[in-house]
Design a binder for this molecule. Sequence first.
Ligand code: GLA
Length: 377
Amino acid sequence: MSFPPHDSAVTQGFVVTAPGRINLIGEHTDYNDGLVLPMAIDRHVSIRVTPRADRLAVWSSARESEVVTFDLSSAISRDVRGWAAYPAGVIAGFQKLGWEIPGFDAAVSADLPAGGGLSSSAALEVATATVLEVLGGISLPLPVKALLCQQAEHEYAGVPCGIMDQFAVTLARAGHALLLDCRDQSVRYVPMDGQAVSILVINSGVKHALVDGEYARRRAECAHAARLLGVVSLRDVTSADLQSRGGVLPELERKRVRHVTGEHDRTLAFVAALGRADWKSAGEAMFASHESLRADYEVSCPELDALVDISRSIPGVYGCRMTGGGFGGCVIALVASDKLESAAASFRQAYLARTKIDPVMFVTRPAGGPAVMKISQ
Ligand code: GLA
């Protein structure tokens, strides 16, 4: 199946952007068939595309010196390493669907930090998929596109991630978070555009790397616990079940399950609190989530803990927690909008004093999903 360029966007070139994401709450629950509440942020990966007459895809990146070329007339090898593994995996996914992709140059840039736990990899994957859709003149159904990108991450980047990041980026809607049920993949859009509170993202400056095995180990521990409890996934276990049947679990698995079941309850409590504009309760759920990720799930690090600890004494901060996979990356804080400036200054001063790291931080709002812009000549 081949797809001739269908309009001037394709012949003249175009730019695709895809957002990063934060996860408000519901952490390390997606691969347990649980609930997550991510939202896309107004920081993006961009790909500037210029069609070529041949069947090569020539990728360059503003952040990397290497140029990577794929021959689109044959299957893309799994040996691609580094940042180019993400586009490679997505192109391979489209090839498997039978798409004959025409040649193009792709120049990648981003105002989204890499390794900050803000899903720069999912943004690059979803942006790549959108590029291929534009070149092909056909759009995949959104969940199919998200799952194809997740598959790319598994097979080409070697990260056994859940579905949260790719769904958050692909299905994002401005002004809303997505309450995604990872069991049936249904989405409820939760309005998040109030003026009273703002979300401050603070980068610990510690690069997170999910490839190093800890993430896969957590997945395995959860699967093991589910087997011991005789359920398909930990979604089938409630906090009450853990009380009554948790005796069959070794101590480590019990801690992991306590996080997952508690996080389910906290996610529902957080969504309900948002609906009542009850920022205090929403913030408490965030603090409790962080504590559980630190003590029971053991995916935090001293720098993330320091930021959360600091936040507890800053006026106007309702809640704060690590966001994403952990082991570094960012925290998010729910802050009264009229206290934003002073809160940001307090974070900076205290974190610098404790760690000697000057943290990069920004205020964000819920952004929309991927976008395509024509290049006018
Ligand atoms: C990473 C993964 C997601 C999810 C989070 C933890 O971001 O890519 O699938 O598991 O960690 O909530």
